[in-house]
Each structure stands twice: as structure tokens, then as C-alpha cells.
Design a protein around this ligand. Structure first.
Ligand SMILES: *Cc1c(COP(=O)(O)O)cnc(C)c1O
Length: 398
């Protein structure tokens, strides 16, 4: 039996919606289904304005344009993230400044942000890793005191919350992803959430090739023309039709993923007690969307051996991420502020287990195989029997 790391889930109405978009005769962007997605996101997340994009990457690029970044401006962010978080700002000539992550949530360490601020700092871009919120109260407070904008890379975080507030609705701007590896999918897709009302009109213009087309369609101007920077960031109605079906089943998707997540979490508890691995930490102020289940092994040799043995057993698992500060482009376009020791260690030790709707039928098998591999004490958990000790070579335990 072969179990993939990911399998895209269909709620059932996607193809029906696509047929309806075709029957209605509107396949380019901003038709009825796009409006339905916008209204749904605005209501559900509390964003002032939601705008579908062709990807989260595109939404982050729009955010970087909206911030009016100039060459040499700095944006503080974690290094432990996907390339688009940094690339979007580098495209404007800005410099990502990386700070280390917290070892518990693997999110940006908010206590390190202030010391990374310079006269060139313009924004903080946070990433809610695995759909678990960053410490947004502290981060918004730092931003307010220093006059910085906050962008949430909420690619993984739809349906998660922080102190009762939906992620994506807290920063000045936020970006969602509907890539097929995320919880709610459209193949490729994303959304920019504009929470600062002063940025709404310009966001519409940037998304529509730098024209005031949105105003024209609302009858607010009698012709449309080129008024600002922009590109084509909007998806077609085919994508929006697919996405509308998924969004409307979002609560069901989240509940089913959470059930799988909880089973992994219960399975991993005794392994954590034995020091074989460390489980995800969910702070009390956060609800999460079960975007991923990861485990942290004790070093990269264990992690690589685990992935290889799972693969040999026909089960797909993956690591995350090559830290951006040590990647070729990261070294060229960005800089690290201070030690990256948690980033480096997590990226050495983290492995994601399969988590997709339909896995329910195979999850016992995955846990049984993984448990069998981790029971090889010659390889796994050898040094850390107490669960939190330090290895003889001085390596920290989890
Ligand atoms: C998936 C992801 C992205 C990119 O999303 P796309 O829709 O593929 O562009 C950006 N940031 C993070 C943190 C992600 O997980």
C-alpha cells in the first residue's frame, strides 16, 4: 500500500460550480463566484476587503507594492518560511531581515523583533506556521510604537484564531493560499486581505493591471484608465467557482482534519514522554486549523533516516524548510539579525506526516509503521531518555 503525503480533497460541488460559471458566460475574473468568495472571506475573517489572487505569492507581491517599499527598506520576518514570504519584498528592492523563531510554536520570536529594527525598517511580515498564531498582541504593539506595517503570511492559517480573532484579520494586510497542499484549495489560488481601509482602493487598482477598472464597473467613474503600478493578480472565474465550493464546506474540512490531527497527537504522546520526539505546541490563546502534523526528532540523521524508512514503507513524509538565511538567494538578498539557532535546529529535525481527508482509513497503518521505525532505539531517541535532557555532545534536547 502506498500512502501519499498529500491528496487534494474535493467537497463535491466544485465541477457543478464550474459548469454554472460557463453556463453564465463569464469565465474571466471578478464574476459572480469571485464576488461570492470575497463576501465569504470578508464576513468570516472580518477583513475590510478580500481580493482573490492567483496565489498567495501574488497576494504577498501586492502587499509589498501597497507598502510603497523603496530599495533598501527592511522587512523583518522569520527565516523559517517558504520563499515567497521573502521574495515578494525582494522584488521591490527591499531587504528581508531574519530573526529567529520560538522553539515552541516555531513562529517568529516576538521578543527579538525590536532589536532588529533600524531606521530603514518599514514592516514586519509574520508567518503563522502550521496554522498556529504568532503572538499578535505583542507584534501589533511593537509595530504601533515604531510606525511599522504588519503583513500576515496566513498561507497556512485559514480558520485559525488568536484570542478569538480570525488569523488574516489582525495585521494591516494578510495573504491566504489556496494551493492544493493547503486546507482549502483551488489548485493554485490565494487572497489578499486588506484590513487597513486606507489601502483598499489602491489594492483594487494594483490587482487590475494598475487601472481603475473596479471603480468603472461600480459606476464611480465613466471610463477606466491606467492610474498606478499594477499587474494581473486576479484568478479566473473557473478558479473562483472551484474555491467557492471549498470555502462553503470549510468548517467540515477543518473538523475532519482536526480529528486526524488529534489522533496523531495522542499517538505521539508516549513517544514524547520517552524522548523520541517532540510534538507541536498549541498556546492556550490559539485555535488552529490542523494544517499540518509535524514531529521533531532529535537530529538531522534521525530525521533523514525516518523519512527514508517511511518512504521504503510506501508512506510520503516531508521536511520543512531549507532556512532562507542559508539559501543561495537568501544570502544574496537578505540578512540575518542575531543567532538563527532554533531555525537551524528545527529545519534539521522536523518531519511532516501525511494529513489529508481520506487518510482516516490509513492512519492506523501510518502510525503503526512510524511507531515501528521509531522503536529502533539504535537510531531514534538514543540520547534523550528523559525526554528533555542534553546529549553528551552538548546538543540541546527539546
Ligand atoms: C504555501 C505558502 C506560500 C505560497 O503560497 P502559493 O499560493 O503557493 O503562492 C507562502 N507562504 C507560506 C508560509 C506558505 O505555506
Amino acid at each position: 500500500m502506498s500512502i501519499p503525503f498529500n491528496r487534494p480533497y474535493l467537497v463535491g460541488r466544485e465541477l457543478h460550480n464550474i459548469a454554472q460559471a460557463h453556463a453564465d458566460g463569464h469565465l474571466s475574473g471578478d464574476g459572480m463566484f469571485t464576488r461570492r468568495c470575497h463576501a465569504w472571506l470578508e464576513q468570516r475573517i472580518g477583513a475590510r476587503r478580500a481580493l482573490l489572487t492567483h496565489s498567495c505569492t501574488g497576494a504577498l507581491e501586492m502587499a509589498a507594492i501597497l507598502l510603497g517599499l523603496r530599495p533598501g527598506d527592511e522587512v523583518i520576518m522569520p527565516s523559517f518560511t517558504f520563499v515567497s514570504t521573502a521574495n515578494a519584498f525582494v522584488l521591490r528592492g527591499a531587504v528581508p531581515v531574519f530573526v529567529d523563531i520560538r522553539p515552541d510554536t516555531l513562529n517568529i520570536d516576538e521578543t527579538l523583533i525590536e532589536s532588529a529594527i533600524t531606521p530603514r525598517t518599514r514592516a514586519i511580515c509574520v508567518v503563522h506556521y502550521a496554522g498556529v498564531a504568532c503572538e499578535m498582541d505583542a507584534i501589533m504593539d511593537i509595530a504601533a510604537r515604531h510606525g511599522l506595517e504588519v503583513v500576515e503570511d496566513a498561507a497556512q492559517a485559514i480558520f485559525s484564531s488568536y484570542k478569538g480573532r480570525a488569523l488574516g484579520g489582525i495585521g494591516d494586510l494578510a495573504a491566504l493560499s489556496f494551493h492544493e497542499t493547503k486546507n482549502v484549495i483551488a489548485g493554485e489560488g490565494g487572497a489578499l486581505l486588506v484590513n487597513d481601509p486606507a489601502l483598499v482602493e489602491r489594492a483594487e487598482i494594483i490587482r487590475e493591471k494598475g487601472t481603475n477598472r473596479s471603480k468603472f464597473f461600480r459606476g464611480e467613474v465613466d471610463k477606466y484608465t491606467w492610474v498606478d503600478l499594477g499587474s494581473s493578480y486576479l484568478p479566473s472565474e473557473l478558479v473562483a467557482a472551484f474555491l467557492a465550493a471549498q470555502l462553503e464546506q470549510g468548517d467540515d474540512i477543518t473538523a475532519r482534519r482536526l480529528a486526524i490531527w488529534q489522533r496523531y497527537h495522542a499517538w505521539a504522546e508516549p513517544l514524547e514522554a520517552q524522548g523520541v520526539l517532540r510534538r507541536p505546541v498549541i498556546p492556550a490563546a490559539c485555535t488552529h486549523n490542523a494544517h499540518m502534523y509535524y514531529i521533531l526528532l532529535n537530529d538531522s540523521a534521525q530525521r533523514d533516516a525516518f523519512i527514508a524508512r517511511m518512504k521504503a514503507a510506501g508512506i510520503g513524509t516531508v521536511f520543512h524548510y531549507v532556512p532562507l538565511h542559508s539559501s543561495p538567494a537568501g544570502r544574496r538578498y537578505a540578512r540575518a539579525h542575531g543567532s538563527m539557532r532554533h531555525t537551524d535546529r528545527v529545519s534539521d529535525c522536523l518531519v511532516r506526516l501525511p494529513l489529508w481527508i481520506g487518510l482516516e482509513d490509513h492512519q492506523d497503518h501510518v502510525m503503526q509503521v512510524a511507531g515501528g521505525i521509531l522503536a529502533d532505539h539504535g537510531v531514534f531517541g538514543a540520547w534523550s531518555q528523559s525526554g528533555c535532557g542534553n546529549a553528551a555532545d552538548g546538543t540541546e534536547g527539546w
